[in-house]
Design a protein around this ligand. Structure first.
Ligand code: E9O
Length: 604
């Protein structure tokens, strides 16, 4: 089945279930309590209030909730119009994401379950609903990560009773961001008719100034058998709403003469140009209409260059996180728009969804503004490569491509961040994963992000583009900013010469505590972060002349929360912006550089 974003139309209604839900945690030592006592079949007796969407961790003042590991429970009451039943509507309950494992009941009956904290899931709940009285939805959420989850996490039960009370749980993971949990993204109810558009796949291409749209529409039919195939009409509208052309058929190819192509930010006066594809399905059970925004563009690459619409393109950007004060990883529209305002202010044209798939609402903005996205799976820092993990990883890539395949902003798939790809087992593992991903999508490059070296990495050979994280003068040769140029130039050149592929720097940078200054610069000051970036800029300029560097991404867009550790002064401080999204000195020099690069680029 498909997982189209819920959109209102003349045949579909969308109702948001976001708001304040009831919330409680299971007793730490009795995780089965809620299941045994069927908390999903009655109103919660005791609860606190919890916003949805949001992480639950930082909303209260209780460290037991912030640091909770195990099952928490959410509950909410809602009504649906009686006419949905009368009109024989199919009703779907859809979660944008719940971290990490979720079980959902509607009126005491199991509706669905899902594991994986960053991708949508849904269930047809038509038969579970009560039409004319209150409905209750209950969601049990478990944030525990295991050796076979993506990302991996590890639970320990220490048995040294002189240091830990009996039953004490220690939880750790090898990635540095806080494992926020809860109902992180919007919850929607939406309706469709009995025969409905289930999925749409769009692939675009260009030929001179002609845009080519190839599409496939899949429909499903709920109850009775249809005696004839539904009629599918596809109409293309320009961004200003003008109707351009219509074709008929569940699959087809549309030519748009003198098309407005989708261009990255600052390479055209109309970056992120979107057409609308209106799909109209007419069957004996009625009409279904779905409107999909699409961008017409072509991606290509060779041994040195990455091209959008046949124009060599450099990425200027950073890695990000879904992270903010109080909300944790919960979607927040104010934060979302603030971030895109800052991205535009910087003159950036790209970012990586480090280290998991981001909210669909965030990618909508990238589509519309022309921000290129490296769409990353949640496989951060995987250490052990087992068959079981590979099966999970394949399933996640399948879900990710299914969700994001039609997005013009998504220009590359990232299978993982910093896996231990010096291990021999990583060879077979990633070769299988690359093959799977390429079988799902032939139009985008597939890669992963390595922190190994050209000599030790066993899996980078399967990737289309070499993505490297490097921290000279921070994690190695700390304090020695005078070495940055030499090391960056030599290292990146080596990657290219060994593998004969384009190279992208996906992480570099330094931590700075906002407001801290020294002269000469020293680690953790804003001055040091500025010097670190400037030295990299000089190295990159030299490498652009050699022709194989396709972009630069700073770690990180903004400061973010980490577990409490003595090496982290209140979180990761490598942000260009503070966690409150105010600029550090480094943001200003990055802005100067990115606008200069944009103006010098050949395709402006
Ligand atoms: C992943 C990112 O999420 N990369 C880490 C970042 C960090 O600062 C983290 O926030 O912890 C850096 C990995 C460093 C790899 C460089 C290897 C060179 C060592 C000699």
């Amino acid at each position: 089945s498909g997982i189209l974003y819920p959109r209102e139309s003349e045949s579909r209604e969308v109702v948001s279930l976001d708001g304040i839900w009831k919330f409680l945690t299971s007793p730490t030592e009795d995780q089965e309590n809620g299941f045994r006592n069927k908390w999903y079949s009655t109103h919660f007796e005791k609860w606190i209030q919890m916003p949805v969407p949001s992480s639950y961790n930082d909303v209260t003042v209780n460290s037991a909730i912030r640091d909770y590991v195990g099952w928490v429970w959410y509950q909410h009451e809602f009504y649906v119009p009686k006419r949905w039943w009368a009109d024989k509507q199919r009703v779907v309950l859809r979660f944008g994401s719940v971290h990490y494992t979720a079980m959902v009941w509607v009126n005491g009956k199991k509706a669905c379950e899902h594991s994986g904290g960053h991708l949508p899931f849904q269930a047809d709940i038509t038969q579970l609903l009560l039409y004319g009285t209150a409905n209750i939805v209950t969601v049990a959420v478990n944030n525990t990560l295991t050796p076979t989850s993506l990302p991996q996490g590890f639970i320990q039960h220490p048995n040294d009773t002189s240091r830990y009370p009996p039953g004490y749980i220690l939880f750790h993971h090898d990635f540095d961001f806080f494992n926020y949990a809860g109902i992180h993204r919007p919850v929607y109810l939406y309706t469709t008719p009995q025969t409905y558009i289930d999925d749409i796949t769009v692939i675009t291409d260009i030929d001179g100034d002609v845009g080519i749209i190839k599409y496939v529409v899949k429909y499903k039919n709920k109850l009775m058998d249809l005696s004839s195939t539904p009629l599918c009409t596809v109409t293309v509208f320009a961004q200003n709403g003008t109707r351009i052309t219509s074709v008929i058929g569940l699959t087809g190819k549309i030519h748009i003469p003198k098309a407005n192509f989708w261009w990255p930010y600052l390479t055209s006066p109309t970056p992120g140009y979107l057409y609308t594809l209106k799909i109209h399905l007419n069957s004996e059970t009625g009409d279904d209409v779905y409107r999909l925004p699409i961008g017409i563009r072509k991606i290509s690459w060779n041994a040195t260059t990455f091209l959008i619409n046949n124009v060599p393109t450099h990425m200027r950007g950073f890695g990000k996180h879904e992270d903010s004060n109080l909300r944790g990883k919960g979607l927040d529209y104010t934060l979302l728009i603030r971030d895109y305002n800052l991205i535009a202010w910087l003159g950036a044209n790209a970012y990586r969804t480090s280290h998991y798939p981001y909210a669909e609402e965030a990618l909508d903005m990238a589509d519309a503004l022309g921000i290129m996205i490296i769409d990353e799976s949640p496989a951060c820092t995987i250490d052990y490569f087992t068959d079981e993990l590979l099966q999970k990883h394949k399933a996640v890539m399948t879900e990710l491509v299914r969700r994001d395949k039609n997005r013009p902003s998504v220009v590359m798939w990232s299978l993982a961040n910093e896996p231990r790809s010096f291990r021999n087992e990583s060879r077979k593992y990633f070769s299988a994963l690359v093959n799977l991903t390429k079988s799902l999508d032939t139009t985008r490059p597939v890669s992963f992000v390595t922190s190994q070296t050209a000599d030790t990495d066993k899996a980078v050979q399967f990737m289309d583009i070499i993505c490297v994280n490097r921290y000279p003068a921070w994690y190695s040769d700390s304090g020695r900013t005078d070495l940055i140029q030499l090391q960056v130039k030599n290292e990146l050149a080596k990657w290219h010469h060994v593998f004969n592929k384009p190279v992208l720097v996906t992480e570099y940078g330094a931590g700075s505590v906002i407001g801290m200054h020294t002269a000469p610069s020293s680690m953790w000051t804003e001055d040091y972060q500025v010097v670190t970036l400037k030295e990299h800029f000089k190295a990159f300029d030299a490498l652009y002349k050699e022709g194989f560097l396709i972009g630069e991404m700073i770690w990180n867009f903004a400061d973010f929360a980490t577990p409490q550790e003595y090496i982290r002064p209140g979180g990761c401080k490598k942000g260009l912006f503070s966690r409150e999204r105010q600029p550090k000195m480094a943001a200003h020099i990055t802005r100067w550089r990115y606008w200069t690069l944009a103006q010098n680029s050949t395709n402006i």
